[in-house]
Design a protein around this ligand. Structure first.
Ligand code: HEC
Ligand code: HEC
Ligand code: HEC
Ligand code: HEC
Ligand code: HEC
Length: 202
């Protein structure tokens, strides 16, 4: 354990120093402009709000099955925009990208440092947590903004407070039984090891 702590300390110090010098740390409220004025409200929002209620998974195809949620490729956009608003000037960069075969260079908003490990399917599929819990009301945003702090304390607090979603998950039956023998408190992510350094740090 000690070498990991030292390594993390060194990396942590270096990162803090670099962020200070370059001022680049990604932050809460960060909402950069994008190469296309893509609106989540129009695509994923409710009809009352002028939206088309497209499911998050339709575009973020990895979110239930892998670590990364993924940003959709131009093919997914063209499934609709070959027909819908096909001459819109706002979609010119999309048509250019398709013609040249180059991907659109979306500006990344949420970005953990390399030393931390986060897995979407573990939280969304296994944990049963809604996107909005971590990302805010994305379906109401015309421009995506970072809702949560994304700090270590933010991860840890939720692991302390949140009950494990053990229903219909045979893997947890035994753990739950052992937990009930010890205490009447609900079984949280902390109880399954969610505060161990090595779970989140390689
Ligand atoms: C029609 C496709 C589409 C749908 C549907 C969609 N998104 Fe997105 N999403 C995108 C695109 C394109 C981007 C990158 C541009 C941007 O940030 O606006 C993005 C970006 C994001 C980001 C920020 C990624 C980053 O860089 O950190 C989050 C978070 C996100 N979407 C969550 C959601 C959630 C939650 C839903 C459902 C409520 C959803 N999206 C529905 C296409 C979509
Ligand atoms: C499932 C269908 C669907 C997909 C997939 C989709 N869109 Fe759309 N998009 C729409 C609809 C519907 C509208 C609203 C059209 C209207 O206002 O009449 C729209 C509107 C837009 C507009 C505004 C156009 C204007 O002139 O006002 C932009 C820009 C846009 N989409 C970009 C994208 C991008 C980029 C992607 C891929 C990441 C994408 N869309 C994927 C259905 C889709
Ligand atoms: C428990 C919190 C949490 C939940 C729930 C969650 N996300 Fe994320 N999301 C994050 C974090 C943290 C990152 C940054 C990951 C990184 O930098 O490695 C992120 C990044 C993203 C990104 C940027 C691209 C990527 O793959 O890293 C997209 C898109 C995204 N999330 C979409 C979604 C959608 C859609 C849902 C719901 C189906 C969702 N997220 C649920 C915490 C969450
Ligand atoms: C909204 C609450 C919430 C937030 C915020 C959150 N998590 Fe989690 N996390 C959970 C839940 C619930 C589980 C349990 C999922 C399961 O049953 O396997 C979990 C499980 C994990 C696990 C697996 C733990 C184990 O013992 O198997 C890791 C690793 C993890 N989270 C990392 C992170 C990181 C890194 C962040 C911050 C960037 C984060 N989480 C933020 C709720 C959260
Ligand atoms: C639930 C996930 C999680 C657990 C458990 C966890 N960390 Fe972290 N840790 C993170 C995340 C996410 C970051 C990046 C936060 C940021 O950039 O603000 C981080 C950052 C760090 C940093 C670097 C700080 C910096 O300035 O960038 C150090 C050092 C660190 N953690 C040490 C530890 C130690 C030691 C433990 C065990 C006692 C631990 N972590 C447990 C998620 C976790």
């Amino acid at each position: 354990m000690i070498p990991i702590l030292i390594l993390l300390g060194v990396l942590g110090g270096a990162k803090a120093g670099l962020d200070f010098v370059w001022g680049i740390g990604v932050q809460q409220g960060y909402a950069p402009g994008q190469p296309i004025e893509f609106s989540h409200r129009i695509h994923a929002g409710t009809q009352e709000n002028g939206g088309h209620e497209i499911d998050c998974n339709y575009c973020h195809t990895g979110v239930r099955k892998s670590k990364n949620a993924n940003i959709p490729s131009t093919n997914i956009c063209m499934n609709c925009h070959r027909e819908i608003k096909k001459d819109s000037p706002k979609l010119q960069p999309l048509r250019d990208a398709v013609a040249s075969g180059k991907p659109i260079e979306w500006v990344r908003i949420h970005n953990l440092p390399d030393l931390a490990y986060f897995n979407h399917s573990q939280h969304v599929k296994v944990g049963g947590i809604e996107c909005q819990k971590c990302h805010g009301e994305i379906q109401e945003m015309d421009v995506v903004e970072q809702h949560a702090e994304l700090t270590m304390g933010w991860c840890i607090n939720c692991h302390r407070e949140t009950q494990v979603n053990a229903e219909g998950n045979a893997y947890y039956d035994k753990l739950l039984e052992m937990h009930k023998d010890k205490t009447k408190e609900p079984m949280t992510v902390e109880d399954i090891g969610g505060l161990e350094c090595a779970k989140c740090h390689y």
